[in-house]
Design a protein around this ligand. Structure first.
Ligand SMILES: [Zn+2]
Length: 137
């Protein structure tokens, strides 16, 4: 099937989808913060790399990454149309993520990257393990 959108248009559409998904996973994380009494976080803190959350005093940056967009190998929902386009886009995201992680770590920050799929109930324990640095006072 031919693609009806050009790249620019498609990219507009996908960025809308992306930010919408991001929002719901961010809200899920906030409810987990509340549930576990995790405090001291700031959302959308203005710093290069745009972490979803930061704990300024603990120097922790938290990113919530969509599995599809950021290349998690947990599922294979890769569209068959324009496979090249998606692969390139994800490769760019993965490269960017690595650069941002390195940038924070060079400054002595801890980077926590949470995958969208880790919000599933069965993965809760792993998620909390990841969040340990945020919990420890
Ligand atoms: Zn995943």
């Amino acid at each position: 099937m031919a693609d009806v959108f050009d790249d620019k248009k498609r990219s507009d559409i996908m960025s809308k989808v992306k930010s919408k998904n991001n929002k719901s996973t961010e809200l899920k994380l906030i409810s987990i913060f509340n549930e576990y009494g995790i405090t001291g976080w700031r959302r959308n803190y203005k710093v290069k790399g745009h972490p979803d959350f930061v704990f300024v005093s603990k120097k922790i940056a938290v990113f919530v990454d969509g599995c599809f967009w950021h290349g998690h190998d947990c599922r294979n929902t890769r569209p068959s149309d324009n496979a090249d386009y998606w692969t390139k886009k994800r490769e760019r995201n993965i490269k960017h993520d690595k650069e941002i992680t390195a940038l924070f770590e060079r400054r002595g920050w801890t980077v926590i990257r949470i995958w969208e799929c880790e919000f599933k109930k069965k993965n809760r324990e792993d998620l909390i393990k990841k969040l340990k640095p945020c919990i420890i006072q």
